[in-house]
Design a protein around this ligand. Structure first.
Ligand SMILES: [Zn+2]
Ligand SMILES: [Zn+2]
Length: 241
């Protein structure tokens, strides 16, 4: 499990025929108060747990899982991970948390065709993604996660309850699937997505000073060029109306 920077570790997604999201482990290990950001794709739970253990982190130190959003490639192995760390809380934005609590899986699968494909591929039954959410993050909160301070930003558009986490003094942004390296952005054709909201979210993130970009997929970037997110938004502008 590579270290990104002080108190931020990184479990790279293990993509096969479907993407598996990256998982970030946030907090000072000595605090015994660590957070996982996202879980990953179905059947990737033991890979995540093993990566944490190999890094010498005790599972008892993990206190919560914070979802940037609830697409299958981020939440698919949540139940597998929760089985190993049943004490860990689940935190998510209310717009997707409420769906999870009702067992409404539209945001998880994003589209009907994908639901059928995944259910047959993974043997998932309807109702596999019903979870109780312990804390609902609206955006605007400041979280102390194991001695590291993060601001929660609601950035809908890729999904309605997407949130980003921003560490202001270290200039670290965890944007989920809203913006990636190489001028890529999240798709905006799935359930609950909206192009115009994605544009607004990109503009909002563009106001932040970001040095380290830790997206849900593909490469992470240290030394992000100044103005990168606004430039990315500009390149996509004609699609985001
Ligand atoms: Zn997504
Ligand atoms: Zn994703």
């Amino acid at each position: 499990m590579p270290k990104v920077t002080e108190h931020v570790y990184y479990i790279p997604g293990q993509d096969e025929f479907m993407p598996d999201s990256h998982v970030y482990v946030v907090g000072n290990p000595s605090s015994q108060n660590l957070s996982l950001i996202d879980a990953g794709l179905t059947r990737k739970g033991s890979y995540k747990i093993q990566s944490i253990q190999k890094a010498g982190i005790e599972l008892s130190a993990i206190k919560r899982i914070i979802m940037t959003h609830t697409h299958l490639d981020h939440i698919g192995c949540l139940a597998e991970i929760s089985k190993q760390i049943p004490w860990a809380e689940l935190w998510a934005h209310p717009l997707e948390a409420d769906l999870l609590e009702q067992g409404d899986e539209r945001a998880v699968y994003g589209m009907d065709m994908f639901r059928g494909l995944c259910q047959s591929q993974f043997g998932l039954k309807p109702g596999a993604f019903k979870f109780q959410v312990n804390r609902k993050l609206q955006g605007g909160e400041t979280l102390d996660l194991g001695g590291t301070v993060w601001e929660v930003i609601h950035i809908p558009g890729h999904s309605m309850g997407s949130i980003g986490l921003y560490h202001r003094s270290m200039k670290i942004l965890i944007p989920g699937d809203v913006v990636y390296a190489d001028y890529a952005i999240g798709r905006f054709d799935l359930y609950g997505a909206k192009a115009s909201q994605l544009k607004e979210s990109l503009m909002r993130l563009g106001e932040l000073e970001v040095d380290i970009l830790l997206p849900g997929h593909n490469r992470i970037v240290k030394g992000l060029p100044k103005g990168y997110i606004l430039k990315t938004a500009g390149q996509w502008e004609s699609y985001l109306t």
